[in-house]
Design a protein around this ligand. Structure first.
Ligand code: ATP
Ligand code: MG
Length: 393
């Protein structure tokens, strides 16, 4: 059982003077992710490295699963940390590691030593050669392959010596909390949870808004969005989900405006309301799951029409993705099974048979005038009655 994990991070290492901010954010995200794991952990920064030390029993698989959700981590290395008690002892430790970790010794290997502490008596190349020999003596079934080894044995000589040979891939990206906050328009579909995941991966904290239209959309549809928010929160950290009661606005648009424009006008009001909550919560942008041409409301003209009502930047990370590519990410983050549950969201209930695909802004502006009598009051009502649900994974 490993007592420590060495955490590898790449992108954040190049941030110059800001580097410590990124490392601190990563440490805090790791701490947060490990809170729900069985065991007691201590996360520490040391000489451009982050270590997770364990104290006593812990659940290995749960620990790895939790770390795999922390943006900023490139690799998770279960590591053996030993004091420098001479070269013979180091070789014994390496051999003990191989013995335990690889029951079948028929593999090729290479030793990759790094001497970060320059007063160590052997140079890296000498360590590679000598440790390699000892391994071959101990396990004659193994072979050296310096070009494509199946097992790479890393030995890093630091204040303690680090021995590791497994690097479990992390999710990459940047630690959440390093790039401000944005408001995700989260529906019950496949796309928006993926969009939230992708922006969170760039270090952005996420809040979310869901437009609910009871009784046209069911409690189960709302629960599905809560469940999806939980899945996104596994990566993005806690999310404040704003559930907006959209029924009256939707019905009013339905009564007053041509039905083929319904979706566009409705989406314009969604953007306006989302932006209201975004500003209230110090968000710096909106996020949607839109992708060019996917449906009538996502043609370039339609996107221009929905975009027009926003003063904040709207981030659409899926804009150039095909559906299949979106589905792949959705499956990777375990959202797909939830997203395809049948409960409908409000977009699917009031759709026209032949929605406009090339809305003209003039026409939309004119038709929206038909809403002037009540729309402000209805918007205010929607704002006043919002339900905020704090979501944690
Ligand atoms: P998704 O799979 O994310 O629902 P979609 O392909 O169904 O997307 P639309 O229904 O046109 O596309 O919605 C486009 C985007 O608008 C969504 O990705 C989401 O960001 C936002 N959106 C749509 N409906 C809602 C809703 N009821 N609540 C919040 N946001 C919504
Ligand atoms: Mg949808």
């Amino acid at each position: 059982m490993y007592k420590s994990f060495l955490i590898k991070y790449a992108e954040i290492a190049i941030k110059g003077k800001n580097r410590y901010l990124f490392e601190d954010a990563l440490v805090s995200q790791i701490n947060h992710a490990l809170k729900k794991v069985d065991g007691s952990f201590h996360v520490r920064k040391e000489q451009g490295r982050i270590y997770v030390d364990t104290d006593g029993e812990y659940d290995y698989d749960e620990t790895i699963e939790a770390l795999k959700c922390v943006f900023g981590i490139v690799g998770i290395c279960p590591v053996i940390l030993v004091e420098d008690e001479g070269f013979d002892k180091l070789c014994e430790d390496v051999i003990a590691h191989i013995k335990q970790e690889y029951p079948d010794k028929h593999f090729t290997f290479k030793v990759d030593a790094r001497r970060a502490r320059k007063n160590y008596p052997l140079e890296s190349m000498e360590i590679n050669a000598k440790v390699g020999e000892r391994i071959l003596d101990a396990f004659p079934e193994t072979r050296v392959d310096v070009h494509h080894p199946e097992v790479m044995i890393h030995i890093e000589i630091r204040s303690q010596i680090n021995i590791y040979s497994r690097i479990i891939p992390g999710p990459g990206g940047m630690p959440v909390g390093t790039n401000g906050k944005a408001m995700l328009l989260l529906s019950g579909g496949i796309d928006s949870p993926v969009a939230g995941y992708m922006i969170a991966k760039r270090g952005v904290t996420i809040d979310a808004t869901y437009f609910h239209a009871p009784p046209y959309t069911s409690e189960r549809a709302k629960q599905k969005v809560v469940d999806l928010a939980k899945i996104v929160a596994k990566y993005a950290g806690p999310i404040n989900l704003h559930v907006v009661n959209f029924t009256d606005i939707q019905l009013y648009i339905y009564e007053q405006c041509p039905h083929e424009e319904l979706t566009i006008i409705m989406r314009r009001y969604m953007m306006k309301l989302a932006e209201h909550f975004a500003k209230e919560n110090k968000c710096l942008g909106l996020i949607t799951g839109e992708s060019i041409g996917q449906v009538a409301s996502q043609t370039m003209q339609s996107l221009a029409a929905t975009n027009e009502v926003c003063t904040m930047p709207v981030y659409r990370p899926l804009i150039g993705f095909d559906k299949q590519e979106i589905v792949e990410v959705s499956e990777k983050i375990d959202a797909y099974e939830t997203s395809i549950l049948p409960y409908e969201d409000c977009c699917t209930i009031f759709v026209a048979k032949h929605p406009v695909t090339k809305p003209s802004l003039n026409v939309i502006h004119n038709d929206e005038k038909k809403l002037s009598e009540k729309i402000d009051a209805l918007m205010q009502e929607a704002i006043d009655t919002v339900e905020v649900i704090h979501i944690e994974a």
